[in-house]
Design a protein around this ligand. Structure first.
Ligand code: FMN
Length: 199
């Protein structure tokens, strides 16, 4: 079974992360969930979701909010260095940071493993696993762009939260799915939900 670390940080666009968790749950992917403190603030601001601190309670609250099963969801405190995502020896090789703040982007690019989320990303880099970042900021400074280029050269998939409009979206939902479709494609998971050009 594919295992994926899904991390949400404090950039705008909580809906992207929530939609990814929902779609991965629907196809039976085991998810290791990490939320930065700022992600919790954004979740409250953007979707009125208050996540409990305790990981088991967090999973229940999230599953209820998204109307999904909690069976394949695990969550960890950001100081839980004994969790599987803290070490390459656990064999987890896929991670998505969605949305990815410029702060987390910088710390990941700098190899600063100060919390479990940054450590998990660092593990992906050192193990040459599959790391996908969904950065969100505008405008972008040279610092942001340099970090993205550096990580891209290391094989990180940079999928910015930049929905296209050529599908003529009629709802925010479609715009959210546009970005999440690209992430699903890069994870090589086809849940049949992606809109495809020319189809
Ligand atoms: C409502 C809200 C929206 C924000 N949007 C963004 C954003 O789009 N991009 C970004 O880089 N930071 C954004 N921030 C600022 C980050 O949350 C802040 O830099 C934080 O320290 C990032 O921490 P983290 O990387 O640990 O999640 C936002 C903050 C709030 C409260």
């Amino acid at each position: 079974m594919k295992q994926i670390v899904v991390s949400m940080t404090g950039a705008s666009g909580a809906a992207y992360g929530l939609r990814l968790i929902q779609r991965l749950a629907a196809v039976g992917v085991k998810q290791h969930l990490l939320f930065s403190d700022a992600a919790r603030v954004v979740l409250k601001q953007e979707v009125d979701l208050c996540l409990p601190d305790e990981p088991a309670q967090l999973v229940q609250a999230l599953a209820k909010h998204l109307n999904i099963s909690s069976e394949l969801l695990k969550s960890y405190h950001l100081s839980d260095w004994f969790s599987p995502v803290a070490s390459g020896s656990a064999g987890i090789r896929h991670m998505v940071v969605i949305p990815c703040s410029m702060g987390s982007l910088a710390r990941i690019a700098g190899g600063i493993s100060d919390n479990l989320l940054e450590r998990a990303a660092d593990v992906m880099l050192k193990e040459r696993g599959h790391l996908i970042l969904v950065p969100r900021e505008t405008p972008l400074s040279s610092i942001h762009l340099e970090h993205m280029l550096k990580l891209s050269h290391m094989g990180v998939d940079m999928i910015p939260a930049m929905p296209g409009f050529y599908h003529r979206p009629e709802s925010v939902d479609e715009l959210v799915n546009f970005v999440v479709d690209r992430v699903m494609d890069h994870l090589d998971i086809d849940d049949g939900g992606s809109k495809r050009w020319g189809a």
